[in-house]
Structures are given as C-alpha cells and as structure tokens.
Design a protein around this ligand. Sequence first.
Ligand code: PLP
Length: 355
Amino acid sequence: MQIDRTLINASGLGATQDQELGFGNVFSDHMLVRDWAHGEWGRAAITPREPISVEPSALGIHYGQSVFEGLKAYRGSHDGVIRLFRPDRNAARLEASSERLCIPTLPAEEFIECIRQLVATDAAWVPKEREHALYVRPMVFASEGHLAVRPARSYKLVITTAPVAPYFSSRSRALRLKAESRFTRAASGGTGAAKTSGNYAPTLWPMASAAEEGFDQILWLDAQEHAFAEEAGQMNIFFRIGDEVVTPELSGTILPGVTRESALRLLEDWGIKATTRRVSMMELAKASEEGSLLEIFGAGTAAVIASVASISHLGKEISAAPAASGSLAERLREELLGIQYGERPDPHNWIQVVS
Ligand SMILES: *Cc1c(COP(=O)(O)O)cnc(C)c1O
C-alpha cells in the first residue's frame, strides 16, 4: 500500500520532553489522513500534525456518524523493539463499529499498514519507560456537509498518536466504583457494542457527579432493570467469585474489548474457569457478604488491568475480599505487559513488530 509522506521540519519531541505526558496531553509530530469519496478510499497521507479543516455542516459532528479505535505501540524494555498488540482485533472492531454506523469500512490490512507506517514515522515518540506507550487513535467521521439524517457521501480517516504515561497514576490504589442506578450507557438494540463517539458524551455528566461523590469510575448497569453489571467506565469488568472468574457476556450493550478477550484467553491457558454471563448486583452483594467475592478488576488498553476495591450500590458497599492465593488481576496485568513489552513468550501471535 502506497502512503504519501510529508515530514515535519523540526520535531516537537525535544520541546515536550519536560511536559507531563498524562493521557493525551502531548501528541506526536505526524498524523495520517485518508478521505473516502465517490464510493472509495483515496490515497493515505502522513503529514505534519496540524488542524484539519472541517465542513461546518459535517454530518459526523452534527449527528455523530463517527467511530474510533484505541491501541498502543510499546517499546521493548530490553530490546527497544516497537510492538503492536493485536491490531487485527482493532481492525475487526472498527469494521463492526463502521457497519453499525453506515460508515464505509477499511480493509484490515490497510488499517494495520496505516498504523505501522505512522508509528514507524514517529518511532522516536514511542516512550522508553515500561508501562508508557505511544497511544494510537484512529477515527473515521462523516465529512460531508448536509442537513438530512442519512449516511454521508464523504468520510475522513484521521490517525493521531500520543505518548502516554500509565492511565491511573496511583497504581497501588484500587478503584472505588459507583454502580449507576439512574443513568445508563447502552440499551438493548442501541450502539453499546460499537466504539462510536455518541456513546461517550452522555457519560460525562454522570461521571462528573460520581467524581464529586468521591468515586473513581462508574459501574454501568443494564438499561432495562439496573440489576446487572455491564462495564466500568471505558473498561470491561471482571469478578472473581470463588474459583470462577466472570465477565458480562457480549450481549450487544457491551464493548468487545481486546483486553477482555485476551484476559479470557490467558485465564483459559492457565486452567482457570472463566465464564461470560450476566452478573447481577444481587449475586455480587451476596458473594461479598459471604466472602467469596475475591477480586474485582477492569480491563482495557488504556489501564491494562485495574483493581477495584469496592462498588457502592444503592448505599451499600460491595467489597472484594482479597484471596490468600494471590491476585489474578496482578498476574493478568504482568502477563499482558510482559507480552506487550516483549519480555514474555507470545504463544498466540498477538504481537506485530513495527521496527
Ligand atoms: C475501548 C473500550 C473498552 C476497552 O476495549 P480495549 O479494546 O480493551 O481497549 C471497554 N469499554 C468501552 C466502553 C470502551 O470504549
């Protein structure tokens, strides 16, 4: 695949070295853009990162016809090699999200090649510290200016990258979640399984009020009964109950996370019973009371695996009682990081080397 390249004159890397990376405070030198019009994708171009001009009536902005992805490029701690983790899964999910939103799809090989070349161009931006990474954010939005609620006739793919620090700064502290009993993230038949822009803005208000009450994140419940656990903010949620690990099944309201899928696979490799099914708040409260709720953790590219200490549900605390046998969250976290940073074997061929 031919990608045009215009390189920046002076890299911004030196100037940003002292800046707090955080998660999205700093962006790399280049971006990739590719337009879709007249029924096909045009040539992709890597250019210096700069503002893009947008048609004021762009359907993507007005009606939310846009989808995105999130993955990371990791620099090996011992060998300096830059690796991507399962970009084929992000390609497949982008395709599924696009189909749901009537957005033209991008062949998986082309999506991955765009990312490979962009990351290779900004290779110097992939941080050297372990647990730091170059976050890759592809997005596709409807660029045609129109007023009708209908699929647009033109689209823009934009891929930007950002060097990021670990998502949760205080790694040692487990999170406190608020089970949200009033607002919902996704309803049956809606777009919960798609990584589409419109799913996120409606979470801002509930998240702000949860933060005001002292919580780190929201545990979203099902829209119908507010009785079943669905997701923890932008992470999939796992519960270790007795000798079983449970995560909600992909019912259409849950984002099919690459980290979730990988964690399930690792648990299976280790001979640990991992089940995908509905998990009610009643079951969790009971398990917590009986002392069989051993662990709660979130899983996502940004945070990898994040331990959860407790969930507040209708004024009651549902807490995890740490198991004597050691933390599965920590074991999963170390295995995933080990594979991503090239320190551990990669038996499932999850890694694609960039350079
Ligand atoms: C992106 C995302 C996740 C995590 O998916 P990963 O592929 O593991 O990064 C989980 N939930 C929501 C709502 C998300 O947007």
